[in-house]
Design a protein around this ligand. Sequence first.
Ligand SMILES: [Zn+2]
Length: 374
Amino acid sequence: MTLVIAVMFLSKKIIEQNLPNLNSFKLPLMKNNIMSKLSRKEFIYQIPKAELHLHIEGSFEPELMFEIAKRNELKIRFKSVEEVKEAYKFNNLQEFLDIYYEGAGVLIHENDFYDMTWAYLEKIHAENVLHTEIFFDPQTHTERGIAFETVFNGVYNALQDGEEKLGISFEIIMCFLRHLDEASAFKTLESALPFKDQIIGVGLDSGELGNPPSKFKNVFAKAIEEGFLTVAHAGEEGPAEYVWEALDLLNVTRIDHGNRSLEDSKLVERLAEEQMPLTLCPLSNLKLCVIKDMKDYPLLDMMFKNLMCTINSDDPAYFGGYLSANYLAVAEALDLDNEIIYQLAKNSFEASYLSDEEKDAMIQKVDDFYLENQ
Ligand SMILES: [Zn+2]
């Protein structure tokens, strides 16, 4: 009997020691959803939320790609929408990027960029995304002779209309393509200066391996001097070292992806201490083989370690789903209850660039929804 009690006591101790620091994770982990009026899927699609990691060119659906190619009298190598979708099977980030840049090649006029952005806004409006902070990649277009203004105005005008007509607030983050050199990034920064009141930050995307954040430290320093906030993709395919570099050399305020931070306990400690947001993208990680199975997704491990996690869609047209589909994929695979989904929705606003007042107002909406539907 004493032995049984001792084992029980020890087990309890072990469980307690392995529990997360609950600062950002205050609610109990297990709750029966049977009483919820909404199904898990309905709960996810209806809860107010924000998106913080979305490449607008990655929302370019094949149907619209064909339509725009046709009106611009451009030929694409695919014969049908089905053929394009068939090509969306990637073994790694680079294979995806090759098709991604090819698809973006049909965007020529301002209204092309407008239509692409508007289509994204309509999609997220249907799933109650109230705020979005989107990336755009000017070099994908300027490198093929499209003016910076053409790209920016098309995207911006659609976002403004989205705010007015659909009630979706927004911020814009301009990304540098890391496979190009720093001189090209400097040129892009220069082009963005007339629009700096409308662009909140700069980021770093494209092929990560072999293109560490340190390659761009000078242009990021200049961007900060000009008043931009900074973010960077790091630790998606690249090592934890790239996350350190993003923090220390680029002074980022968010890490995009950051999965591989888990390989470095000192880094995890720092990210937790600073409550540095990670913009995680589950379906992207699955599609680009960063994880083998959604059941391996390290979300709970990250939350247990008190990391500030958010869920995002990255390039939804290519990876099989928009924001809610990402929540749902991970919720189903890990059997997440509504309380964790609620926490993730709150994190999405907490980690955003909204003002404190705006954050409070948005989080109140999330709280109200949760109270009504728990
Ligand atoms: Zn991304």
